[in-house]
Design a protein around this ligand. Structure first.
Ligand code: ACO
Length: 432
């Protein structure tokens, strides 16, 4: 990191001495004031719950310009990746820094395919769950359990071990997600097939059964692949920060990804695609939209327009545009041109984008507004939506985790607090 010539000076109204703080320049985006010496110099902390103004790390992986609605992985725009690359090429770029050559891609795809099987013992973990367990609960547990099987790659200080773990996690996620689904519907687990693409293999593990041939159209495979590309990384969001924080203690990568999955599950984050589709179903028909919007605007109602708004994007989420395009393609392919939920979603979007409440707060559709409709059309049940997101985001998590571990002055993440509780008091009975 290069410190800029400009420095920040922090002064206090009580005449305490002012302090000078270095400023770092990134290659793009806002500069960052380095406050690491603030406490030792002043005895004061900064206060920023929710990280509204805090860069928690430096990273060369993903860049977002929220005002422009721009998203880049390793400098490649999300539009170009979605049009010209597939998910494994995107994974390669996120992990290694550049898109692969033809040979690199082939070797990477073969390596991923070879690691797609999970240990045969894993099925016993699944069988311990109730059939109606939420698949995200099963996924969190089963990914955490992987660390019990792969002791040979858990030395996080060895770059080779880190690479092997990254490959294993990316390769096994689709197998585990499909197993969670098969378990919930009482069908036999389907083993991966190494001759299929990442997305085609996943769809086969999800939807085939031993009784008949399985075939899926290229349009649908491509749609799933696009969902995975669009969700692959998103810089320091809540789940990625969770993975980094868990990893900062030296925890193994499987445990860290399990922590990321747990965080992703929340409705304000990865759970929004499920919540968004449920919301559309609840609204039911376009004539109910005005009543629903009224509820959303009522602060006491606690109702949000799910799939709308974003901490970073104050413009149309570029992923939402691509997802809407994919929605068209998939519904056309399946002959569902008049899908009522898609029509309802478009109408809801139109009304919200013209409403002063949303305009003044810069609330636009995010990727989850349309991804639920696409997934539903692909035959993926609502309860599995966040698992698909987790499958995609795994590459971002592991790339960010590897970047952090490789950082020479990496430290355990340990925020401080503004204490607002009791001052010392006696614990003797009657004195409290
Ligand atoms: N519906 C209604 N009002 C909203 C919404 C929404 N979806 N999102 C934000 N607002 C309002 C807030 O109530 C607040 O209003 P106020 O200024 O009158 O108090 C204002 O817009 C600012 O919102 P914040 O909550 O401060 O924004 P924040 O950055 O903290 O939250 C978040 C972002 C969590 C994504 C929020 O917009 C939200 O809950 N959206 C719905 C859930 C969702 O779609 N999540 C997916 C995020 S993308 C992803 O994870 C892939």
């Amino acid at each position: 990191m290069t410190p800029s010539d400009v420095k920040a000076t922090l002064s206090f109204s009580d005449n305490s001495p002012s302090v000078e703080l270095p400023i770092y320049k990134g290659t793009m985006g806002p500069d960052a004031i380095d406050i690491r010496s603030l406490y030792s110099q002043t005895g004061k902390f900064t206060y920023d719950p929710g990280f509204m103004s805090t860069a928690s790390c430096n990273s060369a992986i993903t860049y977002i310009n929220g005002d422009k609605g721009e998203l880049l992985y390793r400098g490649y725009s999300i539009d170009e990746l979605a049009q010209n690359a597939d998910f494994l090429e995107t994974c390669y770029a996120l992990l290694k820094g550049d898109l692969p050559t033809k040979q690199e891609k082939q070797k990477f795809a073969e390596t991923i395919a070879k690691h797609a099987l999970v240990h045969e013992q894993m099925q016993f973990f699944f069988r311990g769950f109730r059939r109606d367990a939420h698949p995200m609960a099963i996924l969190t547990a089963s990914v955490g359990a992987l660390s019990a099987f792969y002791h040979d790659s858990l030395n996080i200080n060895d770059p080779y071990h880190r690479d092997v773990s990254a490959i294993r996690i990316i390769a096994k996620l689709p197998t585990l997600v499909a197993m969670a689904y098969k378990y919930s519907v009482g069908q036999p687990f389907v083993y991966p097939r190494n001759d299929l693409s990442y997305s085609a293999n996943f769809m086969r593990m999800m939807f085939s059964n031993p009784c008949e041939e399985y075939w899926v159209s290229d349009v649908l495979v491509r749609a799933l692949d696009r969902i995975l590309i669009l969700h692959a990384d998103h810089e320091q969001n809540a789940s990625t920060s969770t993975v980094r924080l868990a990893g900062s203690s030296g925890a193994n990568p499987f445990a860290c990804i399990a922590a990321g999955i747990a965080c992703l599950w929340g409705p304000a984050h990865g759970g929004a695609n499920e919540a968004s589709l449920n919301m559309l179903k609840e609204i039911g028909s376009p004539d109910k939209i005005p009543k629903f919007i009224k509820q959303v605007k009522d602060k006491n109602s606690n109702v949000k327009l799910m799939g709308f708004g974003h901490r970073v994007y104050k413009n149309y989420d570029p992923r939402a545009k691509l997802m809407r395009e994919t929605c068209y393609e998939v519904l056309n392919e399946l002959g569902l041109y008049n899908d009522p939920l898609f029509k309802l979603a478009m109408e809801l979007e139109k009304i919200a984008l013209e409403d002063q409440y949303f305009v003044s707060r810069k609330l636009y559709p995010n990727v989850d507004f349309y991804s639920g409709i696409v997934q539903r059309a692909l035959g993926i049940p609502t309860s599995m939506f966040t698992c698909i997101f987790a499958m995609a985001r795994t590459v971002g998590w592991i790339a960010q985790w590897s970047e952090m571990i490789a950082e020479p002055d990496q430290k355990i993440g340990r925020p401080r607090q503004l204490f607002i509780g009791y001052i010392p008091r006696s614990a003797k009975q009657g004195n409290s």
